[in-house]
Write a protein that binds this ligand. Sequence first.
Ligand code: XMP
Length: 314
Amino acid sequence: MKMEKFEPQKFIARQIREICSTVKEQKAVVALSGGLDSMVCFCLAHQALGTNAIPLFLDTGLLRANEQTDLEKVLNRFGVELQAWDKREMVFEALRGKTDPEDKRKAYRDVFYKILGQALRSYSADFLIQGTILSDIIETQKGIKIHHNVLQQAGINPQNFGLVIIEPIRELLKPQVKRLGVALKLPPKLLRTYPLPGIGMAARIVGEVTPEKVEIVRKATQIIDQEIQSPNIFQAFPVLLNDRVTGIVDGAHTVGLAIALRIVASKDSLTARLYQLPMPKLEKITGKILKEIPGVVKVLLDITPKPPSTIEYV
Ligand code: XMP
């Protein structure tokens, strides 16, 4: 779909009609991650189905700090109560011992959809609505990486998980989803938030994912979010590397952790390049990470473009 032909209001009306005619009088669970794509889908579903659209937040333990509270605030305006399921233990258990990026993604995908299958049964819902976008599908089909949320297009039958999936924005790339967000009058903070895949911090931890490592990445994410917000940056986030590196603490030798900063400009995430932040800003972020996160002794700047790199590390 070409940008200039995209008309948000027409798209919204068409999707509402489609959701209505598919779901009819039944119920649909909308999987919310705290990001823009899934919230746009909830708005469409809510307009189509009213209270038969059930907003569900799975606390996987891998998302940003405050994700659930921020979501609750946005949903307040619909007069709808967020259904929150704490599934941290189950997700960490599924990821335990996995170090290969694709193994991690597959393990996450399996546990994620298993839980969503349970959710549908528990709410007597017949459909799952989720915010898959075109770049997720393209990358999975091209074999670049398995996006956790892509099933049908990856040749997996959602019925295996007891699911019938609706993806209202699967034809769109990020800039068009942002235009929908504006048309749906979503809060500016949500429109500005950097994309975070459902697999969340696990995409930003090289090697095994543990709650302790997630906490480190989450803290560094907060620092970056506080320090840089520019409409020209597509994504800015930290990545925890897997190797122990040498450093100095209190004048003595130590081995500690290394964090890479990934700060990219991109139109639609299919290609990306370094967004050049001024050096003093980079030094400030580095200083804060080193001061506020014990154990980190090195901060690196990743300057690779996509391709050949991807934006995320996993
Ligand atoms: P990569 O790392 O492939 O990421 O360059 C491209 C864009 O997609 C996001 N991303 C995902 N989104 N499920 C999603 O919904 C996923 O499994 C996933 N993996 C990566 C990534 O943040 C970037 O914006």
